[in-house]
Each structure stands twice: as C-alpha cells, then as structure tokens.
Design a protein around this ligand. Structure first.
Ligand SMILES: Nc1ncnc2c1ncn2[C@@H]1O[C@H](COP(=O)(O)OP(=O)(O)O)[C@@H](O)[C@H]1O
Ligand SMILES: [Mg+2]
Length: 202
C-alpha cells in the first residue's frame, strides 16, 4: 500500500482524544463543520464496519481490532482533512496526525456526564479514575511528538468554543503554510513550510 505522510497532504488531520465524556464528539463535530473536514467518529465506524472482535461482556464494550481500524482508515487519512474522534490513540500511526488535542474534564463534571449517559457505576468509576490518572494524556504523550500534543480543558461550553476556535485557526494556518511552502518538495529540506504554532494549551 502507498503510505502517505504529511508531506503528501494539503490539509491536516486532527485527533481529538480524551476519556469518554470529555467532549470529543461535540468538539470534533464543530471543528469538522467549521473547517469543512470529515468528522471520523471511530466508535461509530467500528460498529458500522464491524472493525471489532465481538463484545467484551465484562466491560460492556466492543473489542477493538486495531489492524482492521487502521486498514480501514488509511486511505482517508492519506487525503487529510479529517477530525478523528476516539478515546484511545496509541495504535494509530504517528504519521497520520498533525495536531493531537487531549480533552480534559473535571472529575465531578465527568461523573455527571457519564451518569446522564446511563453508564453503569462500574464503568463510571473506571472512566473517572482513568481521567484522574491522566491515562489518555499519557498515551498521547507516549505516542506523538510533544509539540503536537495539547491538553485542553473541556468543562464548560465557553471552553469548548475556545478550543474549537483555536483548532480552526490552527488548521487554517497549517493549510496556508502548506500552500506557501509546497510545490514539488522532494524531501530536500528547504521546500516544506514550517508548521504553524499550535493552539494554546492549559
Ligand atoms: N465543554 C463542554 N461543556 C459542557 N458540556 C459538554 C462539554 N463537552 C461535552 N459536553 C457534554 O457532555 C456530554 C458528553 O460529550 P461528548 O462530546 O459526547 O463526549 P465524548 O465524545 O468525549 O464521550 C454531552 O452531553 C455534551 O453535550
Ligand atoms: Mg463520543
């Protein structure tokens, strides 16, 4: 397969990750809409395309098949212009993402959101502990270059709006920089435009 990297794309790919309930789907949908990008909700994709190995009864969730997910997504990621929304991120190829946003929510806020969602007490406790222990943030830091990973508060609608604004601004700057610096770069080092500064973190 022809594996494309960021040098081949005219639009960036953004990963929005975080503990379930942190606000990934709402935030990703807004970024995608305003940028004209695709919103790739990996949870929905896994269900729709059966990219799993059945149900884990203990956790009441599907057993992800990483290889099937990556194979399925490779082509669209090579094109760029995707906002990928998923609660785990270490298995995606590093070359896919230009910006990684890790949404964070206060414990009590997260507890309330997951309760409203009807999660079992077991699943709520597990997810809140995961948030306290910064599991997703650590996974993102272990998997991607530090300058691409940004931790963002997502407790309020004002914060969500600010996060979306920053991401949209960043994407526009990335596309503009790519346009200026592109043009047949063959890896010589001088052709590619520098990546714009990412959104401010917390
Ligand atoms: N920053 C935020 N401020 C207020 N409510 C939010 C925020 N982010 C998400 N929510 C609410 O929390 C719930 C979970 O959000 P969602 O985007 O589905 O999270 P995730 O996709 O990470 O599981 C939704 O009801 C959503 O409206
Ligand atoms: Mg979601």
């Amino acid at each position: 397969m022809d594996l494309k990297t960021e040098d081949d794309r005219s639009r960036p790919n953004i990963l929005v990750t975080g503990t379930p309930g942190s606000g990934k789907t709402c935030t990703s949908a807004l970024i995608a809409e305003r940028c004209g990008f695709a919103h790739v909700n990996v949870t929905e994709l896994v269900k729709a395309e059966e990219l799993h190995d059945g149900m884990d009864e203990k956790w009441d969730s599907l057993i992800l098949n990483d290889d099937k997910v990556c194979d399925h997504m490779e082509e669209m990621m090579g094109e760029g212009g995707n906002v990928v929304d998923f609660h785990t991120c270490g298995f995606f190829p590093e070359r896919w993402f230009d910006l990684i946003l890790v949404l964070r929510a206060d414990n009590t806020v997260l507890f309330d959101r997951l309760t409203k969602r009807g999660y079992s007490p077991h699943k709520i406790t597990e997810n809140v502990q995961c948030e306290i222990m910064q599991v997703v943030l650590q996974e993102a830091r272990d998997s991607y270059a530090a300058e691409r990973v940004h931790e963002l508060h997502s407790d309020s609608l004002e914060q969500m709006e600010a996060n979306v604004e920053r991401a949209v601004g960043w994407a526009g700057a990335w596309i503009a920089a790519k346009g200026e610096g592109g043009g047949g770069g063959d890896g010589g080092g001088g052709g590619a435009a520098a990546a714009p500064s990412p959104p401010g973190g917390v």
